[in-house]
Design a binder for this molecule. Sequence first.
Ligand SMILES: [Zn+2]
Length: 130
Amino acid sequence: MMEIDGLFGGFSNSTQYIAGQARARQEGFNSAKEQLSHQTEQRIAFFEDKLARYALLLKTLMLACERSGVFTHDDLLKLRETIDAEDGVVDGKLTEDKAPRSCAQCRRKNSFRAEKCMWCGNALAKSDIL
Ligand SMILES: [Zn+2]
């Protein structure tokens, strides 16, 4: 139990641990650790698939824009550098904006992760496409 707790921050008491072990055996796993490993592999595969789909969409959009003369490859690289610098760190990544999100309807603040206003239920505007 200590090994599982240490690795995965899992069970807060032995009752939960025993219930987790019983559930794992019901689902055909030898242990809760084996079940968690299987679930982790499934999640990694899901995100790898999603990332590959986004990469294909991005490449398609970039090529379509270049071919139709919307921008050149150099224009795209310059714009990427400008956008990269806007979050304060030039690191080749878009750092998530963790500022609270204001609701357009009630003007109250919400978590940066919220999709709906926790005060009035209004859908919050997406800040980016991805
Ligand atoms: Zn609101």
